[in-house]
Design a protein around this ligand. Sequence first.
Ligand SMILES: NC(=O)c1ccc[n+]([C@@H]2O[C@H](COP(=O)([O-])OP(=O)(O)OC[C@H]3O[C@@H](n4cnc5c(N)ncnc54)[C@H](OP(=O)(O)O)[C@@H]3O)[C@@H](O)[C@H]2O)c1
Length: 343
Amino acid sequence: MNAEGLVEVVLPGKVEPEGLRIRHGAVPTAGPGQVLIRMEATGVSFAEQQMRRGRYYDQPAFPFVPGYDLVGTVLATGEGVEPTLAGTRVAALVKVGGWASHVIVDAADVVEVPEGIGAAEAETVVVNGITAWQMLHRKARIRAGQTILVHGANGGVGSVLVDLARAAGVKVIGTASARHHDTLRQRGVVPVDYRTEDVAARVRELVPGGVDAAFDHVGGRSVAGSWRLLAPGGTLVSYGSASTRDDEGSKQWPVLKLLARVWVWNALPNRRRAYFFNVWAGRALAKNAFRARLRADLTQVFAALRRGDVTAQIAAELPLARVADALRLAESGTVAGKIVLTP
Ligand SMILES: NC(=O)c1ccc[n+]([C@@H]2O[C@H](COP(=O)([O-])OP(=O)(O)OC[C@H]3O[C@@H](n4cnc5c(N)ncnc54)[C@H](OP(=O)(O)O)[C@@H]3O)[C@@H](O)[C@H]2O)c1
């Protein structure tokens, strides 16, 4: 029995951030193959901005506990799990459920956080680091000396993408609001203001031959623009539809449209490739291969963080009880990096 209580955040339906509720309960018990994690850090992802509007592609039914990923210490292990895992700091990608003081996860889904990395630091690279690493190294297969275009270079995913690309010897052009440009320059990025500049014209001016890869989470018109900016042999990685967050109508349609576009682009003879990246791809068909890939890639990202190749960009650290402020802040368009929630 655990003397502590469970505290979790519930998203009851389509609400403003202030509509999120705090629920208290009993700490759950780890079943066979599971571990009980005491959360030390979780975070706000773009997915929660979509989920509170009922607009996430794979929207869970209300009410539910949001929280895409977490870092914490294993408190207890279930039957069949190596008991020495208890006391270890781990990270997990969960999609929902992370915004809680205690979380149950399959032991096969946790990845050990190396010594010397703090919980909040580690949290900045869980979903963001896996996404950035896989897009760069498994999809675009970037190489030193290349030039890439990163949209939203100040965001959670964007800032990790920038650091990993720079560490690989790649030149980065990054779009962001002007207030983030100084920070981006310090990180070795050539910034472009997507709010006031003609992004395509500016990128053409900087790299007349086109970019070797473009990473686009904006969707809509932006993604076609990104495709046209590719050099021969270049790769487009589309991975979101941020521009349709506030639209009405089908939540799947914007993504289906992206998938159709990617299909058409790849079907045409044009010496360029396009992908739609989904961090969950392959999980349903080959769970063990998915887990092995995720573990290998997150381990690489943690190593990069420890070496200093990646700087943990913590935009703010707030307790779970202030989750409404955290979500408002994430949606304010003023943030650089990841908003971290602590117990
Ligand atoms: N496919 C996948 O598996 C996968 C996995 C993880 C994340 N994602 C996607 O990755 C994106 C970033 O996620 P995140 O958690 O890093 O979010 P985040 O930290 O909130 O960052 C969002 C970034 O997007 C910019 N942005 C927001 N709305 C925009 C618009 N309409 N046009 C252009 N830029 C816009 C923001 O710029 P300002 O600060 O200037 O507003 C910010 O740089 C999201 O679209 C998310 O859905 C996809």
